[in-house]
Design a protein around this ligand. Sequence first.
Ligand code: CMP
Length: 139
Amino acid sequence: MKPYTLTIIKPDAVAAGHVGKIIDHIVSAGFKVRAMKLMRLTPEQAGMFYYIHRERPFYNDLVRYMSSGPVVPMVLEKDNAVADFRTLIGATDPAKAAEGTIRKLYAQSIEANAIHGSDSDDNAKLEAAFFFSALEWVD
Ligand code: CMP
């Protein structure tokens, strides 16, 4: 099995109608969608997903934002998936993201930054298991 990463198209990008364009951008860059769904996180679930950031000053706002509307989590497979996907989405702060990256094109702010990407292979495994059971993966 190839390496994979976990992404979430976040509430700002879903609400703005950017899901189709973002998926096209991702697939055109060579990623294969192995699992995907449209769902809304409860505040408790958003808090669990971002538990690693619980001491950060932006945590409560982040939990509120991530549970404010529907999101689209996906498992994306590709050689070097984690690093290549972080290059594709650009810096956390869209003001600092490179031209042509997903955050430069679609993000509104450092919080409402359109899309998440796992930061390591270990976290990709944890994050994929958070959203998807083995039965939801498609080859
Ligand atoms: P993400 O890559 O999903 O990881 C943590 C999220 O916290 C980040 O994207 C942003 O949505 C949000 N966030 C809000 N403020 C900040 C900040 N100052 N620094 C980093 N992340 C932030």
